[in-house]
Each structure stands twice: as C-alpha cells, then as structure tokens.
Design a protein around this ligand. Structure first.
Ligand SMILES: [Zn+2]
Length: 309
C-alpha cells in the first residue's frame, strides 16, 4: 500500500472556506501515522510549502517522503500548454525545496490526476522522476481532459512484474515512471465538494477494506489518498478512526506501506532479468523488499522502515 497525503491549503480555502484548516489538520494526521508506524508520501502544493514551511519540515522530520501536488492547484495539467506546465512544475519544485522538502522526485497531479502527454514531457524537463497518473476510470467526471493523450506505459521494457507491482517507464526525455495500470486507488471525500455524498465511516471502511482485499488477492499495488483538510472536515464523522482502522486492517492482510520514492528507486534499480525477485512491493507480499543498495541513504532508510509496516 502506498499512502499519499495531499497538502493543499488552496482547496481548504476553496471548499471549506478556511485556508488555515490545512495547518491545523496536518499535525494530528502526522501523529496518527506515527502511532500506526507507517511512512507516507506527503504531496505539497508549492504555495502551501511557501505559506507553511513548518509543515514541510515536520513531515521530513517525521521520516515521510515529499512529493509535489502542482504549484497552485488552480487547474488540471491536462490541456495546458507545455511551457505553462514546465513553469508550474519548476515553481512547485523550487518552493518545496526552499521550504526544506528537498528536490522532489514525484508529481501527484491535482484535479483527478488529469495529465496529458505534455505533462509527462514537462515533468521530464523539470527534473521529475515519476508522475502518479491515475487510471482513466478514476478521472471520470472530471469533465475536461484535453490535449494529446499521454502515451501508454511500455510493457516491452522495464521491470514491470506480472502483477504490476512496480512502476513502469513511459517514453519521454528521461523515461518517466508511472504507476502500473493495475494499481488500485482509494481516497477520502467530503460533501463540501460538489457531487460527493456525506462522509460515512462505515461506508468508507467497507469500500476501503474491499479494495485492500482485492489488492491482497491480486498481489497488486494500492494507493490510499488522504487530505488533511477533508479529515478535519470529517472529524464529526470519525474519519481519523476509520483511517487508523484501515491501516491496521491492511497490516493484518500482510500489506507493507511503501513510499512512492522507494518504489521508483526500486523500479530504476531493477534489472529485467531479476525483476520478479527484487521488486515485489505488492500488498499481499509481506516479505522485506530486497533493496538494490543504490539511492540515497534517506531512500534506503525509508525502504527499510516501509518493510516493517
Ligand atoms: Zn488536490
């Protein structure tokens, strides 16, 4: 399982009418993750990192990986011009680095993850390593996915295992990595955003546990996206308890919680001939993932900790 936390005060302001909600909501979630003993990937909007560098530092000090969630969260990448996308990604990376989050490797695209071919090209130019593109069905309802469709992941090369447990490369300037098409995704929600029902801990638990069961059965990756401001909005409905219970449930199913950076490092380091033995971070596989010994000490530390979760 890969836990992604989108840190985005513009969305808290847009939908909950309170930009400061984000800063109040993240510390309790960090405490929850510490108790659960898991390392997450915190995807910061660049402007959120500028406004709240203390949140970025707290996440780094807690041992979480840092990714980017656009610079302003004003619109989807899909359909924007290449130059605009490059400029936005560069501004995002600079803001997060300035806040102490290091040089982020991954983009968690906003607005239902809608990206196009230009996004992957821009990500390569901006120095990113991977883009967390969501499957097409997850983008349903977004309503505007313009531009040239992004190329499909290459299955002819790269370390993709038979059950899609590793990132896969797509053609591009730097052969950017994207999640395998078989990866599942779950997330929290709020009726403050149009089209979503009231949050119910019972319904969330049922849906999330079913996704864990499917991933465990298929040995596939599962992404779990949380939003601090949504968790705060759903406090009366008990979202935090539901999240903690789901993490506990996943552990009983043999899941490890990995960071996306660790997964990307494993994919980069894997050789096709040995890919089925050294990149198996699937949810059903409780074995420690054999590290390739490359990457930074920080990445290796994350990998070691992830293997215990
Ligand atoms: Zn977002």
């Amino acid at each position: 399982m890969l836990l992604r936390v989108d840190c985005e005060h513009p969305e808290a302001e847009r939908w909950a009418g309170d930009a400061s909600l984000e800063a109040r909501a993240l510390p309790p979630l960090l405490a929850l993750l510490r108790v659960a003993g898991v390392s997450a990937t915190l995807a910061f909007v660049g402007r959120t990192a500028e406004r709240h560098p203390e949140l970025v530092r707290a996440a780094v000090e807690a041992g979480h990986a840092i990714a980017g969630h656009s610079h302003t969260h004003a619109r989807a990448y899909a359909g924007q011009g290449l130059d605009w996308q490059i400029a936005d990604l560069r501004a995002m990376r600079a803001a997060i680095a300035q806040a102490g989050g290091g040089n982020v490797r991954g983009l968690a695209p906003p607005c239902h993850g809608a990206v196009d071919a230009a996004t992957l090209q821009a990500a390569g130019v901006a120095g990113l390593d991977y883009v967390l593109r969501l499957p097409a069905e997850t983008e349903a309802g977004d309503g505007h996915v313009a531009g040239t469709p992004a190329p499909a992941p290459s299955t002819a090369r790269g370390p993709q295992g038979p059950t899609g447990t590793s990132f896969v490369p797509v053609d591009g300037p730097r052969s950017l990595l994207v999640p395998p098409a078989q990866m599942g995704w779950i997330w929290d929600w709020t009726p403050l955003q149009p089209g979503w029902p009231a949050f119910s801990a019972a319904r969330a638990t049922a849906e999330w546990q079913a996704a864990v069961d499917r991933a465990a059965t298929g040995g596939a990756l599962l992404g779990f996206i949380l939003h601090p401001w949504i968790m705060a909005s759903n406090a009366p409905q008990g979202e935090a308890d539901a999240v903690a219970a789901l993490l506990s449930y996943a552990r009983t199913k043999g899941a490890r919680v990995e960071t996306f950076d660790a997964l990307a490092t494993a994919a980069r380091g894997a050789r096709p001939a040995s890919s089925t033995t050294n990149t198996r971070p699937g949810i059903a596989n409780g074995r420690a993932n054999a590290r390739n010994g490359r990457g930074t000490p920080h990445e290796r530390r994350e990998g070691a900790r992830g293997a215990t979760a």
